[in-house]
Design a protein around this ligand. Structure first.
Ligand code: NDP
Ligand code: 8X3
Length: 249
């Protein structure tokens, strides 16, 4: 029977690399995100396994449910859910924070993850098995200057992951949390609202993690034997020791 992985935020960065890597490991891929042209490009790139695309905004709970309901029968037995869609919006002191940015981070990183999980879970419950991987962050373990609401959103992902693991263990569903440090993706371009020079400076002077590093880690986690759950992993570039300690040339 086909092994199916549902990946949110598959249009770039960690999600894209994870979709490609899981396909290499024999998974049929449900790739999701808002940018339909990117979803088409991903479909072209993954030639070894079937890919089904769903375009929706994770903030829209009705759209999330409709997208999952629209899956053809042969795509409904989802074994792996990668809750990856998310971003930071802004990097400002709390007292200068933008309500729009705060809404975006809480709505996407926290509520979006809840909506997708809520929609996909019944499909796993029917099978009495499944594996949910939530992409948290070092920002869910520490708070750093100006990180305030992004850190809060990732602390929420940390709490939700622990809570899911406790409640879903009786359903035979594994829950894992992957918490990366600095990964060079479109993340900083989004955080700095298209300021590419500022975004590039985040990754200068040291070797940042690449999306592929996280994809390989996720692939390792989902391919462990049935009795093994890698519950939580913190993965950092070698030059990074904490949110605020990064050794740059
Ligand atoms: P990218 O910006 O490259 O990718 C973000 C992905 O999230 C895109 O595919 C985007 O798709 C999707 N997304 C964003 N908003 C929405 C939305 N409203 N609805 C649906 N999809 C959405 O960043 P990364 O790959 O780095 O980020 C992936 C995850 O990793 C995030 O949760 C991030 O917080 C986390 N992370 C990143 C780190 C880093 O340093 N890069 C470190 C630690 C954690 P689209 O725009 O097409 O909708
Ligand atoms: C992304 C890493 O350090 O920008 O979660 O918060 S960081």
């Amino acid at each position: 029977m086909a092994r199916i992985a549902f990946v949110t935020g598959a249009t770039s960065g960690i999600g894209w690399a994870t979709a490609v890597e899981l396909a290499k490991n024999g998974y049929h891929i449900i790739a999701t995100g808002r940018r339909t042209e990117r979803l088409e490009e991903l479909k072209q790139e993954i030639t070894n396994m079937p890919v089904y695309t769903l375009a929706f905004d994770v903030r829209d709970k009705d759209a999330v449910q409709q997208a999952v309901n629209s899956l053809p029968e042969e795509w409904q037995q989802i074994e792996v859910l990668i809750n990856n869609a998310g971003n930071a919006h802004g990097l400002a002191p709390f007292q200068e924070g933008s309500l729009e940015d705060w809404d975006a981070m809480m709505d996407i990183n926290v509520k979006g993850l809840l909506y997708v999980s809520h929609a996909v879970l019944p499909l796993m419950q029917k099978q009495k098995k499944g594996h949910i991987i939530n992409i948290g962050s070092i920002a869910g373990k520490e708070v750093y200057p100006n990180g305030n609401v992004y850190c809060a959103s990732k602390h929420a992902v940390d709490a939700i992951s622990k809570a899911m693991r406790i409640d879903l263990v009786q359903e035979g569903i594994k829950v894992s949390e992957v918490n990366p440090g600095l990964v060079e993706t479109e993340f900083s371009e989004v955080r700095f609202k298209g300021d590419t020079a500022r975004a590039a400076s985040v990754y200068k002077g040291y070797q940042a993690l690449q999306a592929q590093d996280i994809a390989e880690l996720i692939s390792f986690i989902v391919t462990r034997p049935a009795h093994v759950n890698l519950a939580e992993v913190l993965v950092l570039p070698t030059a990074q020791a904490s949110s605020t300690v990064v050794i740059k040339e």
